[in-house]
Design a protein around this ligand. Structure first.
Ligand SMILES: Nc1ncnc2c1ncn2[C@@H]1O[C@H](COP(=O)(O)OP(=O)(O)O)[C@@H](O)[C@H]1O
Ligand SMILES: O=C(OP(=O)(O)O)[C@H](O)COP(=O)(O)O
Length: 410
């Protein structure tokens, strides 16, 4: 795949031109406070480079998964404010995506200034399955650039999404690859080419249905696949264990059984938790106890208990696999790390990874936030990727719409 680069765009000349940049500013929030600004920091260099070259930069990004209409709790505003604070750039924010506020502010942009649009997912057409709807929204976004505009995709975390601001827009403007996307791909490529063995993949988190499919492909590549977080329960249930009220994808049980069977045939080890921290409810004040994974419902909370973390035995077991690995890819926290009582499994995995000599990649907005929240530093890992689902789909060898759309488009 060849892409036109940001440096080519800058060499072509951007002074006075409107450049639409798709960034991934999907950061975790506590109310309206950004709790981990890693993705914002990673997005600044491209915005800065363009602003320094005199471009009129329009940043578009999503935050969370609103329902296709404005919803104040998903406003891009806290992320925009942090981007302005960290970069020191002249940043304005629009109160809509392609409405009167965005149109007026885009027209008023001066050279080197930055406009951040409201959450692109406040418009249902952004994520629509209907090509014509997405194309119409992309045309409105492109129109914000006036004459002679350009598009840069720097949102690595969203390149696996066939969304208007990631995919369709690239057909409407000269399109370039952002430096963050280039760096992420360079690092991830080393994992697809010849990972030093043993190669251990650790999966968790809550976007279970999104990420289960990658297992199919990883089975043929990884030596050990450690599964924790919300993802573990569909596998435990597939093995015949009851999982109470834990996260479960009932329609994926057959798929998981298939993975367990194929893993045996391919000599890849699927390692599931042997114990689980089961809670009375989802919350910081929940009562909780450690149960064996085969008897989650047998404890104090019966069939309503929620598995919110892997237990200490599982944490130690996962850590020992990591200690013996030469390459590790990790996406998805092992539990609800945002609540201290359910953060120990994630801490065990992060700690083993930080101590290990293996080449390690930690991918995903929440996984990166988790390691930092738990007091680890970025330089304790080989690479902290801004994309979870995106890096998984890249490793899987899947076509990524955001990259396909960019391919040699100028
Ligand atoms: N057992 C669990 N039950 C419910 N949520 C979980 C569980 N384990 C982890 N999570 C949640 O998963 C979320 C992160 O998942 P995900 O978005 O898939 O990861 P990433 O952003 O790193 O790709 C966290 O907010 C965490 O609280
Ligand atoms: O947070 C993200 O992905 P990740 O949780 O897989 O790292 C990206 O911003 C994409 O968000 P989405 O999964 O709601 O499309």
């Amino acid at each position: 795949m060849t892409f036109h680069t940001l440096d080519e765009l800058i060499a072509d000349g951007v002074l006075g031109r409107h450049v639409l940049v798709r960034s991934d500013l999907n950061v975790p929030l506590d109310g309206f406070t950004v709790t981990d600004d890693g993705r914002i920091r990673a997005s600044i260099p491209v915005v800065q480079k363009l602003a320094d070259a005199g471009a009129r930069v329009i940043v578009m990004a999503h935050l969370g998964r609103p329902q296709g209409e404005p919803d104040p709790q998903y406003s891009i505003s806290p992320a925009a404010t942090r981007l302005a604070e960290l970069s020191g750039l002249d940043v304005r924010t629009a109160s809509d995506v392609t409405g009167p506020s965005a149109v007026a502010l885009a027209a008023e942009l001066t050279d080197g200034a930055v406009l951040i649009l409201e959450n692109v997912r406040f418009d249902a057409r952004e994520t629509s399955k209907d090509d014509a709807e997405r194309a119409a929204f992309a045309a409105e976004l492109a129109a914000l650039t006036g004459q002679n505009g350009a598009y840069v995709n720097d949102a690595f975390g969203a390149v696996h999404r066939k969304h208007a601001s990631v995919f369709d827009i690239a057909a409407l403007l000269p399109a370039y690859q952002g430096d963050l996307v280039a760096t992420e791909m360079r690092v991830l490529k080393t994992l697809t080419e010849a990972p030093k063995r043993p190669y251990v993949v650790v999966l968790g988190g809550s976007k279970v249905s999104d990420k289960l499919a990658v297992i199919d492909n990883l089975l043929g590549r990884a030596d050990h696949l450690l599964i924790g977080g919300g993802m573990a329960f569909t596998f435990l249930k597939a093995q015949g264990h009851e999982v109470g009220g834990s996260l479960l994808e009932v329609d994926q049980l057959e798929t998981c059984r298939g993975y367990l069977k194929r893993a045996k045939e391919l000599g890849c080890d699927i390692v599931l938790p042997t114990d689980v921290v089961v809670a009375s409810k989802f919350g910081a004040d929940a009562e909780h106890e450690v149960r064996t994974a085969s008897d989650i419902e047998g404890g104090s909370f019966g069939a309503t208990g929620l598995g919110l973390d892997i237990g200490p035995d599982s944490g130690e077991k996962f850590a020992s696999y990591i200690r013996s690995a030469n390459t590790v890819f990790w996406n998805g926290p092992m539990g609800v790390f945002e609540i201290p009582a359910f953060a120990e499994g994630t801490r065990a995995v992060a700690g083993a990874l930080a101590e290990s000599e293996a080449f390690s990649v930690v991918g995903g907005g929440d996984s990166a936030a988790a390691v930092r929240t738990l007091g680890f530093h970025d330089d304790e890992f080989g690479h902290i990727s801004t994309g979870g689902g995106a890096s998984l789909e890249y490793l899987e060898g899947k076509e990524l719409p955001g990259l396909t759309a960019l391919e040699a488009r100028k």
